[in-house]
Design a protein around this ligand. Structure first.
Ligand code: AP5
Length: 217
């Protein structure tokens, strides 16, 4: 299965992708996580991405398309779930071209729909593990020990781009550049609209109901 998850910043893409990956044995490919790893490793790509990410803008398409093509090529036969990519119509077109070239296609697109007020609360309360990337929330998804990762005990941190000013810009980029991607897929693929305002487990149930119909679990 090849799945794309679309949604505003903080809509719950990463949270649901981890669950999809575990349930269907798919590789979870998050463009944001890959960029953060590149930055942490001090690579040229990471250096190029830094200023765009810190201001809440999108990293240029040519950088992202090449980075994600490389990651997708390493995906297992079972398939992958894309989180945060594609984020512009141009990225979606390039992804389709490269999949078609390999005799493949996107099987389903999940569009996580959410109100902006709900999302702001989620982002300001998000905490993540700098070591393993696990994501928590100070109210809705607490770690067992406050401030510590359940997996490795590392001190949880707040993402620097979750500050109010940067969040505003991330929303602007989403509204202007990423929303049209939903329409692109509505014309080219199967799109499932998901009410992402609900709790984590309820959203997962909606997601699985749709994906289970595509694959025998
Ligand atoms: P990226 O890391 O992709 O950030 P994003 O899209 O803004 O998404 P987030 O990671 O903030 O949110 P999410 O939807 O994954 O929500 P999460 O599950 O964590 O990108 C960062 C930057 O990288 C971009 O700004 C850009 O500069 C660059 N970039 C990345 N990809 C790019 C691309 N393709 N092209 C160009 N540039 C690119 O959940 C959020 C919080 O809410 C968590 O605390 C979670 O526990 C909680 N939560 C989740 N679901 C629920 C629920 N149902 N109920 C209650 N709480 C919930």
């Amino acid at each position: 299965m090849r799945i794309v998850l679309l949604g505003a910043p903080g809509a719950g893409k990463g949270t649901q992708c981890k669950r999809i990956s575990a349930r269907y044995g798919l590789l979870h490919l998050s463009s944001g996580d890959i960029l953060r790893q590149e930055r942490a490793g001090g690579t040229e790509l990471g250096k190029k991405a830094r200023s765009y990410m810190d201001s809440g803008g999108l990293v240029p398409d040519e950088v992202i398309v090449e980075m994600m093509a490389e990651a997708i090529n390493k995906a297992p036969q079972a398939g992958f779930v894309l989180d945060g990519f594609p984020r512009t119509v141009n990225q979606a077109v390039k992804l389709d071209e490269s999949l078609t070239g390999n005799g493949q296609k996107i099987d389903a697109v999940l569009s996580l729909n959410i109100e902006q007020e709900v999302v702001s609360e989620r982002m300001t309360g998000r905490r993540s593990c700098p070591k393993c990337g696990a994501v928590y929330h100070i109210k809705t998804l607490k770690p067992k020990v406050e401030g510590k990762c359940d997996n490795d005990g590392a001190e949880l941190v707040q993402r620097p781009d979750d500050s109010l000013d940067v969040v505003k810009n991330r929303f602007r980029a989403y509204n202007e550049q990423t929303k049209p991607v939903v329409d692109y897929y509505k014309n080219n693929s199967t799109v499932y609209d998901i009410d992402a305002n609900r709790g984590v487990d309820e959203v997962s149930t909606l997601v699985f109901d749709n994906l289970d119909s595509l694959v025998k679990v």
